[in-house]
Design a protein around this ligand. Structure first.
Ligand SMILES: Cc1cc2nc3c(=O)[nH]c(=O)nc-3n(C[C@H](O)[C@H](O)[C@H](O)COP(=O)(O)OP(=O)(O)OC[C@H]3O[C@@H](n4cnc5c(N)ncnc54)[C@H](O)[C@@H]3O)c2cc1C
Length: 457
Protein backbone atom coordinates (compact mmCIF):
# COMPACT_ATOMS: atom_id res chain seq x y z
CA UNK A 1 0.00 0.00 0.00
CA UNK A 2 1.17 3.56 -0.74
CA UNK A 3 -0.40 4.89 2.46
CA UNK A 4 -1.90 3.63 5.70
CA UNK A 5 -4.64 6.23 5.48
CA UNK A 6 -5.84 8.37 2.60
CA UNK A 7 -8.11 11.28 3.45
CA UNK A 8 -10.15 12.77 0.60
CA UNK A 9 -10.93 16.45 1.21
CA UNK A 10 -9.04 19.02 3.32
CA UNK A 11 -12.00 20.77 4.93
CA UNK A 12 -12.41 20.78 8.72
CA UNK A 13 -13.42 17.09 8.72
CA UNK A 14 -10.32 15.99 6.79
CA UNK A 15 -7.96 18.38 8.59
CA UNK A 16 -9.02 17.27 12.07
CA UNK A 17 -8.83 13.59 11.04
CA UNK A 18 -5.25 14.20 9.86
CA UNK A 19 -4.40 16.24 12.98
CA UNK A 20 -5.61 13.56 15.38
CA UNK A 21 -3.95 10.72 13.46
CA UNK A 22 -0.64 12.58 13.58
CA UNK A 23 -1.02 12.95 17.37
CA UNK A 24 -2.07 9.36 18.05
CA UNK A 25 -0.24 7.36 15.39
CA UNK A 26 2.73 9.40 14.14
CA UNK A 27 4.22 6.30 12.49
CA UNK A 28 1.33 6.06 10.04
CA UNK A 29 1.76 7.17 6.42
CA UNK A 30 -1.05 9.61 5.73
CA UNK A 31 -2.00 11.42 2.53
CA UNK A 32 -4.64 14.09 2.01
CA UNK A 33 -6.08 14.64 -1.48
CA UNK A 34 -7.74 17.98 -2.06
CA UNK A 35 -9.46 19.20 -5.24
CA UNK A 36 -8.75 22.86 -4.42
CA UNK A 37 -5.68 24.98 -3.83
CA UNK A 38 -3.35 25.33 -0.83
CA UNK A 39 -4.62 27.95 1.63
CA UNK A 40 -2.21 30.66 0.50
CA UNK A 41 -3.34 30.32 -3.15
CA UNK A 42 -7.05 30.51 -2.41
CA UNK A 43 -8.35 33.78 -3.81
CA UNK A 44 -11.78 34.57 -5.16
CA UNK A 45 -11.30 36.70 -8.34
CA UNK A 46 -14.33 38.92 -7.57
CA UNK A 47 -12.78 42.31 -6.78
CA UNK A 48 -15.90 44.42 -7.25
CA UNK A 49 -14.04 46.36 -9.92
CA UNK A 50 -12.86 44.34 -12.96
CA UNK A 51 -14.67 41.20 -11.89
CA UNK A 52 -17.99 41.97 -10.27
CA UNK A 53 -19.65 38.60 -10.08
CA UNK A 54 -18.86 34.91 -10.06
CA UNK A 55 -16.99 33.65 -13.14
CA UNK A 56 -17.34 29.99 -12.11
CA UNK A 57 -13.65 29.12 -11.64
CA UNK A 58 -12.68 25.48 -12.17
CA UNK A 59 -12.00 25.21 -8.46
CA UNK A 60 -14.03 27.69 -6.37
CA UNK A 61 -11.65 29.26 -3.87
CA UNK A 62 -14.49 30.03 -1.48
CA UNK A 63 -15.63 26.43 -1.22
CA UNK A 64 -12.51 24.37 -2.05
CA UNK A 65 -8.91 24.08 -0.94
CA UNK A 66 -7.17 23.69 2.42
CA UNK A 67 -9.76 24.67 5.02
CA UNK A 68 -12.68 23.59 2.80
CA UNK A 69 -15.87 25.64 2.80
CA UNK A 70 -14.87 26.85 6.25
CA UNK A 71 -11.72 28.73 5.24
CA UNK A 72 -13.34 32.12 4.60
CA UNK A 73 -16.32 31.43 6.79
CA UNK A 74 -17.14 33.43 9.85
CA UNK A 75 -15.38 30.78 11.92
CA UNK A 76 -18.26 30.30 14.34
CA UNK A 77 -17.61 27.06 16.17
CA UNK A 78 -20.92 26.22 17.84
CA UNK A 79 -20.61 23.71 20.65
CA UNK A 80 -24.05 22.16 20.81
CA UNK A 81 -26.12 19.13 19.89
CA UNK A 82 -29.13 21.35 19.16
CA UNK A 83 -28.04 22.25 15.63
CA UNK A 84 -25.15 21.86 13.21
CA UNK A 85 -25.63 18.16 12.63
CA UNK A 86 -26.76 14.89 14.11
CA UNK A 87 -23.38 13.42 15.05
CA UNK A 88 -24.80 12.67 18.52
CA UNK A 89 -27.20 10.15 16.99
CA UNK A 90 -24.17 8.03 16.08
CA UNK A 91 -21.78 8.60 18.97
CA UNK A 92 -23.96 9.90 21.82
CA UNK A 93 -24.56 13.45 23.07
CA UNK A 94 -21.84 13.45 25.74
CA UNK A 95 -19.12 12.20 23.39
CA UNK A 96 -20.19 14.63 20.65
CA UNK A 97 -19.91 17.60 23.04
CA UNK A 98 -16.57 16.35 24.38
CA UNK A 99 -15.18 16.18 20.84
CA UNK A 100 -16.46 19.69 20.02
CA UNK A 101 -14.76 21.03 23.16
CA UNK A 102 -11.57 19.22 22.14
CA UNK A 103 -11.71 20.87 18.69
CA UNK A 104 -12.22 24.22 20.41
CA UNK A 105 -9.07 23.62 22.51
CA UNK A 106 -7.04 22.89 19.37
CA UNK A 107 -8.32 26.05 17.72
CA UNK A 108 -7.52 28.18 20.75
CA UNK A 109 -4.03 26.62 20.97
CA UNK A 110 -3.37 27.49 17.33
CA UNK A 111 -4.28 31.15 17.28
CA UNK A 112 -7.84 31.45 18.55
CA UNK A 113 -7.07 32.01 22.25
CA UNK A 114 -8.17 35.64 22.25
CA UNK A 115 -11.54 34.93 20.66
CA UNK A 116 -14.50 35.07 22.98
CA UNK A 117 -16.65 32.06 23.85
CA UNK A 118 -20.28 33.22 23.99
CA UNK A 119 -23.05 31.20 25.65
CA UNK A 120 -26.84 31.24 25.81
CA UNK A 121 -26.71 29.80 29.34
CA UNK A 122 -28.68 32.03 31.73
CA UNK A 123 -29.48 34.58 29.03
CA UNK A 124 -32.51 36.79 29.76
CA UNK A 125 -33.01 36.88 26.01
CA UNK A 126 -34.28 33.29 26.13
CA UNK A 127 -37.20 34.49 28.28
CA UNK A 128 -37.92 37.42 25.99
CA UNK A 129 -38.00 35.06 23.01
CA UNK A 130 -40.36 32.55 24.56
CA UNK A 131 -42.69 35.36 25.67
CA UNK A 132 -43.02 36.18 21.98
CA UNK A 133 -43.43 32.60 20.75
CA UNK A 134 -39.82 32.46 19.55
CA UNK A 135 -37.46 29.75 20.74
CA UNK A 136 -33.76 30.31 21.37
CA UNK A 137 -31.63 27.15 21.01
CA UNK A 138 -28.89 26.45 23.56
CA UNK A 139 -25.26 26.74 22.46
CA UNK A 140 -21.80 28.00 23.24
CA UNK A 141 -20.07 29.61 20.32
CA UNK A 142 -16.44 30.52 19.80
CA UNK A 143 -16.36 33.21 17.16
CA UNK A 144 -12.96 33.11 15.49
CA UNK A 145 -13.92 35.52 12.72
CA UNK A 146 -12.79 35.14 9.13
CA UNK A 147 -9.37 36.62 9.86
CA UNK A 148 -8.45 34.54 12.93
CA UNK A 149 -9.97 31.42 11.35
CA UNK A 150 -7.43 31.86 8.55
CA UNK A 151 -4.55 32.15 11.02
CA UNK A 152 -5.67 29.00 12.86
CA UNK A 153 -5.80 27.09 9.56
CA UNK A 154 -2.37 28.40 8.58
CA UNK A 155 -0.91 27.27 11.91
CA UNK A 156 -2.47 23.81 11.70
CA UNK A 157 -1.24 23.43 8.12
CA UNK A 158 2.31 24.35 9.17
CA UNK A 159 2.13 21.70 11.87
CA UNK A 160 0.87 19.01 9.49
CA UNK A 161 2.75 19.73 6.29
CA UNK A 162 5.90 17.74 7.16
CA UNK A 163 4.00 14.83 8.68
CA UNK A 164 1.27 14.35 6.10
CA UNK A 165 1.59 14.24 2.30
CA UNK A 166 -0.76 16.82 0.77
CA UNK A 167 -1.88 16.58 -2.86
CA UNK A 168 -3.54 19.89 -3.80
CA UNK A 169 -5.42 20.57 -7.04
CA UNK A 170 -5.91 16.81 -7.18
CA UNK A 171 -9.57 15.83 -7.30
CA UNK A 172 -10.14 12.15 -6.63
CA UNK A 173 -12.23 10.72 -9.45
CA UNK A 174 -13.23 7.38 -7.95
CA UNK A 175 -12.65 4.97 -5.08
CA UNK A 176 -12.12 1.29 -5.78
CA UNK A 177 -12.23 -1.50 -3.23
CA UNK A 178 -9.23 -3.83 -3.53
CA UNK A 179 -7.90 -6.70 -1.41
CA UNK A 180 -6.88 -5.27 1.98
CA UNK A 181 -7.90 -1.71 1.26
CA UNK A 182 -8.74 0.88 -1.39
CA UNK A 183 -7.33 2.34 -4.57
CA UNK A 184 -8.19 5.93 -5.33
CA UNK A 185 -8.04 7.18 -8.90
CA UNK A 186 -7.00 10.74 -9.72
CA UNK A 187 -6.62 12.26 -13.20
CA UNK A 188 -3.01 11.19 -13.71
CA UNK A 189 -2.30 8.50 -11.14
CA UNK A 190 -3.77 6.03 -8.66
CA UNK A 191 -2.82 5.45 -5.03
CA UNK A 192 -3.58 2.66 -2.59
CA UNK A 193 -4.32 2.69 1.13
CA UNK A 194 -5.48 0.44 3.93
CA UNK A 195 -8.06 2.90 5.29
CA UNK A 196 -9.83 5.63 3.38
CA UNK A 197 -11.60 8.59 4.98
CA UNK A 198 -13.95 10.52 2.70
CA UNK A 199 -14.64 14.11 3.78
CA UNK A 200 -15.73 15.91 0.63
CA UNK A 201 -18.21 18.40 2.11
CA UNK A 202 -21.23 19.89 0.45
CA UNK A 203 -19.35 20.69 -2.74
CA UNK A 204 -18.62 16.99 -3.11
CA UNK A 205 -22.26 15.95 -2.75
CA UNK A 206 -22.74 14.77 -6.33
CA UNK A 207 -19.41 12.96 -6.32
CA UNK A 208 -20.34 11.32 -3.02
CA UNK A 209 -23.65 10.14 -4.46
CA UNK A 210 -21.79 8.49 -7.33
CA UNK A 211 -19.27 6.78 -5.02
CA UNK A 212 -22.13 5.44 -2.89
CA UNK A 213 -23.85 4.11 -6.01
CA UNK A 214 -20.65 2.47 -7.30
CA UNK A 215 -19.85 0.87 -3.95
CA UNK A 216 -23.50 0.05 -3.11
CA UNK A 217 -23.48 2.12 0.10
CA UNK A 218 -27.07 2.80 1.23
CA UNK A 219 -28.16 6.47 1.47
CA UNK A 220 -31.26 8.50 2.21
CA UNK A 221 -32.17 12.09 1.39
CA UNK A 222 -35.24 14.25 1.80
CA UNK A 223 -34.42 17.74 3.08
CA UNK A 224 -33.46 21.16 1.79
CA UNK A 225 -33.62 24.56 3.56
CA UNK A 226 -34.69 27.55 1.50
CA UNK A 227 -34.89 31.21 2.44
CA UNK A 228 -33.26 34.61 2.33
CA UNK A 229 -30.41 36.48 3.97
CA UNK A 230 -31.58 39.44 5.99
CA UNK A 231 -29.37 42.51 6.33
CA UNK A 232 -30.16 45.37 8.69
CA UNK A 233 -28.37 48.06 10.72
CA UNK A 234 -26.24 46.38 13.39
CA UNK A 235 -28.04 48.39 16.14
CA UNK A 236 -31.27 46.46 15.57
CA UNK A 237 -29.76 43.21 16.84
CA UNK A 238 -26.89 44.56 18.95
CA UNK A 239 -28.61 43.83 22.30
CA UNK A 240 -28.64 40.18 21.23
CA UNK A 241 -25.38 39.86 19.30
CA UNK A 242 -23.31 41.72 21.94
CA UNK A 243 -24.38 39.13 24.52
CA UNK A 244 -24.70 35.96 22.44
CA UNK A 245 -22.93 36.77 19.18
CA UNK A 246 -25.03 34.23 17.31
CA UNK A 247 -28.58 33.31 18.23
CA UNK A 248 -30.43 30.41 16.67
CA UNK A 249 -34.10 31.29 17.00
CA UNK A 250 -36.87 29.00 15.83
CA UNK A 251 -40.46 30.03 15.06
CA UNK A 252 -43.46 27.94 14.05
CA UNK A 253 -45.65 29.83 11.59
CA UNK A 254 -49.31 30.32 12.46
CA UNK A 255 -50.41 29.96 8.85
CA UNK A 256 -48.86 26.60 7.93
CA UNK A 257 -47.17 25.34 11.09
CA UNK A 258 -43.80 25.41 9.26
CA UNK A 259 -40.58 25.95 11.18
CA UNK A 260 -38.57 29.04 10.26
CA UNK A 261 -35.19 29.62 11.89
CA UNK A 262 -32.43 32.15 11.99
CA UNK A 263 -29.12 30.79 10.78
CA UNK A 264 -25.52 31.99 10.54
CA UNK A 265 -25.76 35.40 12.20
CA UNK A 266 -22.95 37.81 11.35
CA UNK A 267 -22.85 40.91 13.53
CA UNK A 268 -21.25 43.83 11.68
CA UNK A 269 -20.54 41.43 8.83
CA UNK A 270 -20.88 41.21 5.08
CA UNK A 271 -23.18 39.33 2.76
CA UNK A 272 -21.34 37.20 0.18
CA UNK A 273 -22.05 35.07 -2.87
CA UNK A 274 -21.74 31.32 -2.59
CA UNK A 275 -21.20 29.10 -5.61
CA UNK A 276 -22.39 25.52 -5.26
CA UNK A 277 -21.86 23.52 -8.43
CA UNK A 278 -22.33 26.65 -10.58
CA UNK A 279 -25.44 27.94 -8.79
CA UNK A 280 -25.04 31.30 -7.10
CA UNK A 281 -26.67 31.60 -3.72
CA UNK A 282 -26.03 33.89 -0.78
CA UNK A 283 -24.19 33.54 2.53
CA UNK A 284 -22.52 35.80 5.08
CA UNK A 285 -19.46 36.27 7.27
CA UNK A 286 -17.79 38.80 9.55
CA UNK A 287 -14.35 39.67 10.86
CA UNK A 288 -13.07 39.71 14.42
CA UNK A 289 -10.90 42.75 13.55
CA UNK A 290 -13.01 45.90 14.23
CA UNK A 291 -11.28 47.65 11.31
CA UNK A 292 -12.87 45.19 8.88
CA UNK A 293 -16.36 45.29 10.37
CA UNK A 294 -19.34 46.91 8.67
CA UNK A 295 -22.34 48.84 10.01
CA UNK A 296 -24.71 45.97 9.21
CA UNK A 297 -25.68 42.63 10.71
CA UNK A 298 -26.84 39.77 8.53
CA UNK A 299 -28.43 36.39 9.13
CA UNK A 300 -30.37 33.82 7.16
CA UNK A 301 -34.03 32.99 7.61
CA UNK A 302 -34.60 29.45 6.45
CA UNK A 303 -37.61 27.22 6.04
CA UNK A 304 -36.90 23.48 6.15
CA UNK A 305 -38.59 21.51 3.40
CA UNK A 306 -38.91 17.78 3.97
CA UNK A 307 -40.21 15.63 1.13
CA UNK A 308 -41.79 12.23 1.30
CA UNK A 309 -42.01 9.44 -1.29
CA UNK A 310 -41.99 9.32 -4.26
CA UNK A 311 -40.03 12.61 -4.54
CA UNK A 312 -36.35 12.07 -3.75
CA UNK A 313 -34.46 15.02 -5.22
CA UNK A 314 -34.76 17.64 -2.46
CA UNK A 315 -31.47 19.28 -3.50
CA UNK A 316 -32.72 19.45 -7.09
CA UNK A 317 -35.78 21.33 -5.84
CA UNK A 318 -33.58 23.85 -3.99
CA UNK A 319 -31.31 24.18 -7.03
CA UNK A 320 -34.28 24.95 -9.29
CA UNK A 321 -35.36 27.81 -7.03
CA UNK A 322 -31.81 29.17 -6.86
CA UNK A 323 -31.53 28.87 -10.67
CA UNK A 324 -34.70 30.91 -11.01
CA UNK A 325 -33.17 33.75 -8.99
CA UNK A 326 -29.97 33.43 -11.08
CA UNK A 327 -32.08 33.59 -14.24
CA UNK A 328 -33.96 36.72 -13.18
CA UNK A 329 -31.12 38.52 -11.44
CA UNK A 330 -28.00 37.11 -13.13
CA UNK A 331 -27.04 36.00 -9.62
CA UNK A 332 -28.39 37.01 -6.24
CA UNK A 333 -31.47 39.28 -6.00
CA UNK A 334 -31.87 41.96 -3.33
CA UNK A 335 -35.19 43.47 -2.24
CA UNK A 336 -36.26 45.91 0.49
CA UNK A 337 -38.74 44.39 2.93
CA UNK A 338 -41.07 47.38 2.35
CA UNK A 339 -41.08 46.71 -1.40
CA UNK A 340 -41.79 43.03 -0.87
CA UNK A 341 -44.75 43.79 1.37
CA UNK A 342 -46.14 46.31 -1.13
CA UNK A 343 -45.84 43.81 -3.96
CA UNK A 344 -43.35 45.79 -6.01
CA UNK A 345 -39.83 45.04 -7.12
CA UNK A 346 -36.90 46.95 -5.69
CA UNK A 347 -35.04 48.94 -8.28
CA UNK A 348 -31.58 50.59 -8.07
CA UNK A 349 -33.13 53.94 -7.03
CA UNK A 350 -35.07 52.47 -4.11
CA UNK A 351 -32.00 50.58 -2.92
CA UNK A 352 -29.92 53.75 -3.29
CA UNK A 353 -32.41 55.80 -1.26
CA UNK A 354 -32.56 53.27 1.60
CA UNK A 355 -31.07 54.16 5.00
CA UNK A 356 -28.80 51.11 4.78
CA UNK A 357 -25.90 50.40 2.42
CA UNK A 358 -25.91 46.84 1.06
CA UNK A 359 -22.65 44.98 1.66
CA UNK A 360 -23.17 42.76 -1.40
CA UNK A 361 -23.68 44.07 -4.91
CA UNK A 362 -26.77 42.14 -5.93
CA UNK A 363 -29.47 42.79 -8.53
CA UNK A 364 -32.50 44.71 -7.20
CA UNK A 365 -35.57 42.60 -7.96
CA UNK A 366 -38.67 40.85 -6.67
CA UNK A 367 -38.24 37.78 -4.50
CA UNK A 368 -41.93 36.93 -4.75
CA UNK A 369 -41.24 35.86 -8.35
CA UNK A 370 -38.68 33.38 -7.10
CA UNK A 371 -39.69 31.91 -3.76
CA UNK A 372 -42.71 29.60 -3.39
CA UNK A 373 -45.60 31.38 -1.63
CA UNK A 374 -45.55 29.09 1.40
CA UNK A 375 -41.86 29.76 2.02
CA UNK A 376 -42.17 33.50 1.45
CA UNK A 377 -45.22 33.74 3.76
CA UNK A 378 -43.26 31.93 6.48
CA UNK A 379 -40.31 34.32 6.13
CA UNK A 380 -42.57 37.40 6.30
CA UNK A 381 -44.34 36.02 9.41
CA UNK A 382 -40.97 35.36 11.05
CA UNK A 383 -39.73 38.89 10.29
CA UNK A 384 -42.76 40.33 12.08
CA UNK A 385 -42.19 37.92 15.01
CA UNK A 386 -38.52 38.95 15.26
CA UNK A 387 -39.60 42.60 15.19
CA UNK A 388 -41.10 42.07 18.66
CA UNK A 389 -37.75 41.05 20.21
CA UNK A 390 -35.58 43.18 17.92
CA UNK A 391 -37.67 46.21 16.91
CA UNK A 392 -36.62 47.47 13.51
CA UNK A 393 -36.35 44.03 11.91
CA UNK A 394 -39.55 44.71 9.93
CA UNK A 395 -38.49 48.20 8.81
CA UNK A 396 -39.09 49.01 5.15
CA UNK A 397 -35.35 49.28 4.47
CA UNK A 398 -34.43 45.86 5.82
CA UNK A 399 -32.74 44.09 2.92
CA UNK A 400 -33.55 40.56 1.84
CA UNK A 401 -31.12 38.74 -0.43
CA UNK A 402 -32.22 35.62 -2.21
CA UNK A 403 -31.98 32.96 -2.35
CA UNK A 404 -30.16 31.29 0.44
CA UNK A 405 -30.28 27.53 0.15
CA UNK A 406 -28.83 25.01 2.53
CA UNK A 407 -28.32 21.86 0.56
CA UNK A 408 -28.11 18.72 2.62
CA UNK A 409 -26.04 15.87 1.38
CA UNK A 410 -27.88 12.63 1.33
CA UNK A 411 -27.28 10.81 4.59
CA UNK A 412 -24.84 7.97 4.13
CA UNK A 413 -25.36 4.78 6.06
CA UNK A 414 -22.48 4.51 8.57
CA UNK A 415 -22.03 2.86 11.98
CA UNK A 416 -21.05 4.42 15.32
CA UNK A 417 -17.42 4.68 14.18
CA UNK A 418 -18.62 6.44 10.98
CA UNK A 419 -17.49 3.43 8.96
CA UNK A 420 -19.57 2.50 5.91
CA UNK A 421 -20.65 -1.03 5.09
CA UNK A 422 -17.09 -1.52 3.71
CA UNK A 423 -14.38 -2.30 6.24
CA UNK A 424 -11.90 0.60 6.47
CA UNK A 425 -13.98 3.08 4.42
CA UNK A 426 -15.14 5.98 6.60
CA UNK A 427 -17.40 8.85 5.57
CA UNK A 428 -17.36 12.01 7.67
CA UNK A 429 -18.18 15.73 7.73
CA UNK A 430 -20.85 17.44 5.65
CA UNK A 431 -20.29 14.94 2.84
CA UNK A 432 -21.79 12.23 5.04
CA UNK A 433 -25.00 14.23 5.50
CA UNK A 434 -24.52 13.85 9.26
CA UNK A 435 -22.84 17.18 9.96
CA UNK A 436 -23.63 20.69 8.71
CA UNK A 437 -21.15 22.82 10.62
CA UNK A 438 -17.51 23.49 11.39
CA UNK A 439 -17.58 22.01 14.88
CA UNK A 440 -19.55 18.88 14.02
CA UNK A 441 -17.49 18.22 10.87
CA UNK A 442 -14.23 18.71 12.82
CA UNK A 443 -15.47 16.49 15.66
CA UNK A 444 -16.35 13.73 13.19
CA UNK A 445 -12.75 13.90 11.91
CA UNK A 446 -11.32 13.48 15.41
CA UNK A 447 -13.72 10.61 16.13
CA UNK A 448 -12.77 8.65 13.04
CA UNK A 449 -9.05 9.21 13.61
CA UNK A 450 -9.31 7.89 17.15
CA UNK A 451 -11.07 4.77 15.90
CA UNK A 452 -8.50 4.17 13.18
CA UNK A 453 -5.62 4.67 15.64
CA UNK A 454 -7.27 2.35 18.18
CA UNK A 455 -7.64 -0.39 15.57
CA UNK A 456 -3.92 -0.12 14.83
CA UNK A 457 -2.72 -0.49 18.42
C1 LIG B 1 -19.49 31.24 3.37
C2 LIG B 1 -19.67 30.15 4.39
C3 LIG B 1 -19.75 30.47 5.73
C4 LIG B 1 -19.91 29.46 6.70
N1 LIG B 1 -19.89 29.81 8.02
C5 LIG B 1 -19.95 28.86 8.97
C6 LIG B 1 -19.82 29.18 10.33
O1 LIG B 1 -19.58 30.33 10.71
N2 LIG B 1 -19.97 28.18 11.25
C7 LIG B 1 -20.19 26.89 10.89
O2 LIG B 1 -20.31 26.03 11.76
N3 LIG B 1 -20.26 26.54 9.58
C8 LIG B 1 -20.14 27.49 8.61
N4 LIG B 1 -20.20 27.13 7.30
C9 LIG B 1 -20.32 25.70 6.97
C10 LIG B 1 -18.96 25.01 7.18
O3 LIG B 1 -17.99 25.68 6.43
C11 LIG B 1 -19.07 23.54 6.78
O4 LIG B 1 -20.06 22.93 7.58
C12 LIG B 1 -17.73 22.81 7.01
O5 LIG B 1 -16.71 23.42 6.27
C13 LIG B 1 -17.84 21.34 6.60
O6 LIG B 1 -16.59 20.74 6.68
P1 LIG B 1 -16.22 19.46 5.80
O7 LIG B 1 -14.80 19.14 6.07
O8 LIG B 1 -17.23 18.42 6.02
O9 LIG B 1 -16.42 19.90 4.27
P2 LIG B 1 -15.83 21.13 3.46
O10 LIG B 1 -15.37 22.21 4.34
O11 LIG B 1 -16.81 21.43 2.41
O12 LIG B 1 -14.51 20.52 2.77
C14 LIG B 1 -14.57 19.53 1.80
C15 LIG B 1 -13.31 19.60 0.93
O13 LIG B 1 -13.29 18.44 0.11
C16 LIG B 1 -12.80 18.81 -1.18
N5 LIG B 1 -13.30 17.85 -2.16
C17 LIG B 1 -14.58 17.67 -2.59
N6 LIG B 1 -14.63 16.66 -3.48
C18 LIG B 1 -13.37 16.21 -3.63
C19 LIG B 1 -12.77 15.18 -4.43
N7 LIG B 1 -13.51 14.40 -5.24
N8 LIG B 1 -11.44 15.00 -4.35
C20 LIG B 1 -10.67 15.77 -3.52
N9 LIG B 1 -11.18 16.75 -2.75
C21 LIG B 1 -12.51 16.96 -2.81
C22 LIG B 1 -13.37 20.21 -1.40
O14 LIG B 1 -12.59 20.89 -2.35
C23 LIG B 1 -13.30 20.82 0.00
O15 LIG B 1 -12.11 21.55 0.20
C24 LIG B 1 -20.04 28.10 6.31
C25 LIG B 1 -19.98 27.77 4.94
C26 LIG B 1 -19.79 28.76 3.98
C27 LIG B 1 -19.71 28.37 2.53
Amino acid sequence: MNYDVIIIGAGPGGIFAAYELVQLAPQMKIAVFEAGHPLKNRRCPIDGDKIKSCISCKSCSIMSGFGGAGAFSDGKYNITNDFGGTLYEYIGKKKALELMHYVDQINTRHGGADCKLYSTAGSHFKTLCVQNDLHLLDASVRHLGTDVNYVVLENIYNLLKDKVTFFFDTPVQSVEKIGGGYRIHCDDASYTCEKCVISVGRIGSKWMERVCRELSIPTKSNRVDIGVRVELPAEVFSHITDALYESKIVYRTKQYGDRVRTFCMNPRGAVVNENTNGIITVNGHSYADPAKQTENTNFALLVAKHFSEPFKDSNGYGESIARLSNMLGGGVIVQRFGDLIRGRRSNPDRIEEAFITPTLKATPGDLSLVLPKRILDGIIEMIYALDKVAPGTANDDTLLYGVEVKFYNMEVDVDETLQSCHDGLYIIGDGSGITHSLSHASASGVHVARNIAARRS
